[in-house]
Design a protein around this ligand. Structure first.
Ligand SMILES: Cc1cc2nc3c(=O)[nH]c(=O)nc-3n(C[C@H](O)[C@H](O)[C@H](O)COP(=O)(O)OP(=O)(O)OC[C@H]3O[C@@H](n4cnc5c(N)ncnc54)[C@H](O)[C@@H]3O)c2cc1C
Length: 449
């Protein structure tokens, strides 16, 4: 990914050029179009997908009309406090406030102006969120989210050029002039008045993962392969400021070997994780991000997630969970003894572990203020995975990229996974939904310009 001097002229030029057609790029496109800009989105894949399509598509937002209708008293300030608490205060407070304050408006706008049928996840709590504020589309899948956003762009007549990879950026000093794209072996230069980098982070770039986050380097990569860190490469070449490059979201509940995300609701609603000895090894009520390393540290790098029919009924709202059931990843047992056989766990240890979950002080500090697990039981073998990176280019309140002296580049924006998010410096600072939060709010701000 290189930065070059611009050609004498461009065959085509647009006002707002956006690289990447995930949630961030598509929301930026809708917003720029709304602001009266002529917009073009370039996307390297044949169909807009990105990590957005792999996600559950859940967006946290405080103070939405949907929350109010559900009688939930929530505020951006409370949301911001939750974000900072999870990250031990490592985030830039101004960025946290910007995202927490902007999210509610984005959800209300997508419902009102583009007809996206969001609803609230109201039957279980996400760790670290003081209120129920996860908004999702009916299937609780990011595929539905990105398809709905693409359809909204198409309805507005916004051009999305697929199968087109941006591989060069043209700049005169700090001012971006355009990009060069490859479509098959056809090269085309596109000029722009402003450029929005919505091409996510660098989880698909093994060298960068090894350099910035060696503790998760060997884990399953579960994000979008096309997110190879192009925004970061260009930004660094231009002298942009970067932050928290070691930050990432992991997940400790990916069905193995099926490779299907098992919602963490299975844990927060009362499930537990066991190692090959039939023993628990961490507090499952903490976040799923740091659980990735906890699972990977167990023998074989796997664990068995155990829950029951009550919890499965909650988890079944997620398309991924239904897929995991359809593929046989989730096994059902009428008794703990049968569950032990199904997963080759020592039966006595399994029974003792489950019985201990509601007795006295938990060695890992978990408070089991939930119904005890009851037959029939469900189990799924899982591993830990890397989902997406959370560090990146530092942006200001208008989503323009900042240089080392905190001055904004005149017409270069970064949003979503291309920008530094609000998940602190490592893996434990990720509060559920931080990924799409940065994608939709910074995408909206960058698009409006
Ligand atoms: C399994 C999984 C589950 C998740 N669940 C959630 C969740 O429920 N809630 C949540 O908040 N977050 C979740 N996340 C994180 C969330 O998906 C991301 O943070 C979010 O989708 C980022 O959006 P984006 O638009 O920045 O990136 P993406 O959706 O990845 O879009 C970036 C696009 O840029 C394209 N691109 C990259 N480089 C170029 C280039 N040079 N030229 C052209 N195109 C390029 C890519 O092909 C891609 O389509 C999850 C992630 C994963 C992997």
């Amino acid at each position: 990914m290189t930065v070059c001097a611009p050609p004498a002229s461009f065959p085509i030029s647009v006002q707002t050029l956006i690289v990447g057609a995930g949630a961030c790029g598509l929301i930026a496109a809708l917003s720029a179009h709304e602001a009266g800009q002529q917009v073009l989105v370039v996307e390297r894949d044949p169909v807009p997908s990105g990590s957005t399509a792999l996600s559950a598509g859940l967006i946290p937002a405080a103070g939405t009309a949907i929350q109010r209708a559900a009688g939930i008293d929530d505020t951006p300030a409370r949301f911001a406090a939750d974000i900072q608490a999870k990250a031990d205060g490592e985030n830039d407070p101004a960025l946290v406030a910007l995202l927490a304050e902007g999210a509610g408006d984005v959800i209300d706008w997508l419902v009102r102006d583009h007809g996206l049928p969001f609803s609230l996840v109201d039957d279980f709590d996400y760790p670290g969120h003081a209120r129920r504020r996860m908004h999702g589309l009916p299937s609780r899948s990011g595929r539905e989210l990105v398809d709905a956003l693409r359809a909204a762009c198409e309805a507005e007549g916004i051009d999305i050029l697929c199968d087109t990879r941006a591989d060069r950026l043209y700049a005169d000093g700090p001012r971006v002039r355009g990009i060069s794209t490859l479509r098959g072996d056809m090269r085309e230069d596109i000029g722009c008045d402003r450029l929005i980098l919505a091409c996510n982070g660098y989880g698909g770039n093994r060298a960068r993962v090894a350099r910035h986050m060696p503790d998760i380097e060997g884990a399953l990569w579960f994000g979008h392969d096309g997110n190879t860190g192009d925004a970061l490469d260009w930004g660094e070449a231009l002298g942009a400021q970067t932050r928290h490059l070691g930050a990432y979201q992991g997940h400790g509940n990916v069905a193995h070997p099926h490779g299907i995300l098992i919602t963490w609701a299975t844990m927060t609603a009362g499930g537990i994780q066991l190692n090959a000895a039939g023993q628990r090894f961490h507090d499952e009520s903490h976040g799923y991000s740091e659980a990735a390393r906890a699972v990977l540290a167990q023998p074989g790098g796997t664990a068995v997630s155990v829950f029951d029919a009550r919890i499965a009924a909650i988890a079944r709202q997620f398309q991924d969970f239904r897929d995991a059931e359809a593929q046989g990843a989730i096994k059902t047992a009428g008794s703990l003894a049968d569950l032990a056989v199904a997963f080759k766990l020592p039966a006595d240890a399994l029974a003792a572990t489950v019985a201990a979950c509601h007795k006295g002080a938990d060695p890992f500090g978990r408070t089991f203020d939930i119904p005890p697990l009851a037959a029939p039981f469900h189990g799924v073998r899982v591993t830990g995975a890397l989902f997406h990176t959370q560090g990146g280019l530092v942006v200001g309140a208008d989503a323009r990229v900042l240089d080392a002296a905190d001055a904004p580049f005149p017409n270069l924006y970064a949003a979503g996974g291309a920008a530094c998010g609000v998940s602190g410096a490592g893996d434990a600072g990720y509060l559920s939904g931080n990924g799409l939060l940065a994608a939709v709010v910074l995408g909206r701000i960058a698009g409006l310009g």
